[in-house]
Design a protein around this ligand. Structure first.
Ligand SMILES: *[C@@H]1O[C@H](CO)[C@@H](O)[C@H](O)[C@H]1NC(C)=O
Ligand SMILES: *[C@@H]1O[C@H](CO)[C@@H](O)[C@H](O)[C@H]1NC(C)=O
Ligand SMILES: *[C@@H]1O[C@H](CO)[C@@H](O)[C@H](O)[C@H]1NC(C)=O
Ligand SMILES: *[C@@H]1O[C@H](CO)[C@@H](O)[C@H](O)[C@H]1NC(C)=O
Ligand SMILES: *[C@@H]1O[C@H](CO)[C@@H](O)[C@H](O)[C@H]1NC(C)=O
Ligand SMILES: *[C@@H]1O[C@H](CO)[C@@H](O)[C@H](O)[C@H]1NC(C)=O
Length: 321
């Protein structure tokens, strides 16, 4: 009885050992969306029932964009191979944790993702020269768009009024081509936006400008949403239509004070100018013409000054508009 039981356990052990390395759960075959400039991990995990013997292991990682696969890394019987068949580009760019391989973690990390890293990656694990696991990762590259700047270049004069205004949304730095959505409150805008999407020459990212013309009233909020189809993320921002500021009449007391200051300053200037002239050239004297010329100049300066002030207020108002 005891002998039989021992034999059964022994048999079970042998069978267990034989299947240990070739059964187990696997993780692989996935779509991975990577962010431009950052690193990304391509998962490939094998959970063996018993520890793996590194002398029986062979793993290779390869990349396929065109026809022929490119060898990135190769692990053979306990060592990472550095042969000429391994592509130089991936020596530093691609990383695997060597000490983790015996535990079945064949994850590969790619640093500083570029557009050219988009493609198919394969990890093949062989145990005692038999293929045990093959992981395929499809890598898509995307870049996040900047938070959009949303602006409205107009205002509405009164709360009851409706006015046609132009709302603009700008963003950049993202990839691939985004989809743009406008909404107001819970409703998406039914008007057609005028979109301009340009590819930057340096790094293939996109510069986006979208313009929406709407009949808006005061307090209406417009939201611009930029959706990145690869990263699955949305960047958005809003603007609210404002009521125009009514230009305030310029306070008369300040006007009077300013005119008085200018007049006094002008008088003092003329006074000192005359004295200086008299002192420098006592013989020539001061002609009435010279004095009045100085006075005339001051007068024009003063007028120009006032004119500028008026323009400035106008400009200020139109900006708020
Ligand atoms: C991944 O897909 C390949 C076929 O494309 C298949 O042979 C392999 O078993 C799959 N691996 C996993 C871990 O699902
Ligand atoms: C392998 O990479 C995947 C994806 O980043 C991660 O979820 C997983 O935890 C990694 N596995 C191990 C064992 O580190
Ligand atoms: C791409 O280039 C644009 C300028 O054209 C720059 O603003 C952006 O930061 C760059 N993005 C990356 C990821 O290098
Ligand atoms: C928008 O929708 C949410 C729920 O979907 C609702 O609670 C909210 O009142 C709505 N807002 C407006 C302005 O219609
Ligand atoms: C705004 O309203 C006016 C008058 O009803 C109309 O002619 C115009 O097409 C409208 N504009 C938009 C963008 O809906
Ligand atoms: C990854 O990118 C693909 C293709 O661009 C897309 O279909 C998928 O939804 C993305 N996955 C996630 C999780 O965002």
């Amino acid at each position: 009885m005891a002998l039989m039981k021992g034999g059964f356990i022994f048999t079970a052990l042998i069978i267990g050992c034989m299947t240990a390395a070739t059964t187990g759960t696997m993780v692989g075959n996935s779509t991975v969306n990577a962010t431009l400039g950052q690193s990304v991990t391509l998962p490939c995990v094998y959970n063996p029932n018993a520890p793996l013997d590194k002398h029986s292991m062979r793993i290779y990682w390869q990349y396929q964009a065109g026809k022929d696969p490119i060898a990135m890394k190769m692990y053979n019987k306990g060592v990472m191979e550095m042969g000429t068949h391994i592509n130089k580009k991936y020596q530093d760019k691609a990383k695997v944790a060597v000490e983790e391989l015996e535990k079945g973690n064949f994850n590969l990390t790619l640093d500083a993702v570029e557009h050219s890293d988009q493609g198919t990656y394969q990890t093949v694990f062989m145990y005692n020269d038999k293929k045990v696991l093959e992981c395929t990762n499809w890598v898509h590259v995307g870049a996040e768009f900047s938070k959009p700047e949303v602006s409205v270049v107009s205002c509405v004069t009164s709360v009851e009024k409706v006015k046609e205004v132009e709302v603009t949304c700008r963003t950049r730095g993202g990839f691939p081509r985004p989809s743009i959505r406008w909404s107001s409150g819970n409703c998406s805008a039914d008007q057609e936006a005028d979109d301009k999407i340009k590819e930057s020459s340096q790094n293939k990212t996109f510069v986006v400008r979208s313009r929406l013309t709407v009949n808006a009233s005061v307090g209406q909020k417009y939201t611009c949403s930029i959706f990145n189809p690869t990263l699955g993320t949305t960047q958005e921002n809003s603007v609210t239509v404002l009521q125009c500021l009514v230009p305030k009449p310029f306070p008369t007391t300040i006007c009077v004070i300013m005119v008085a200051v200018v007049v006094v300053a002008a008088m003092l200037f003329v006074f000192f100018a005359c004295r200086k002239k008299n002192a420098n050239r006592p013989r020539e004297g001061t002609t009435a013409a010279a004095a009045s010329a100085a006075g005339y100049d001051l007068e024009t300066q003063k007028l120009q000054g006032n004119g500028n002030y008026g323009n400035h207020t106008d400009e200020h108002d139109s900006k708020i508009l």
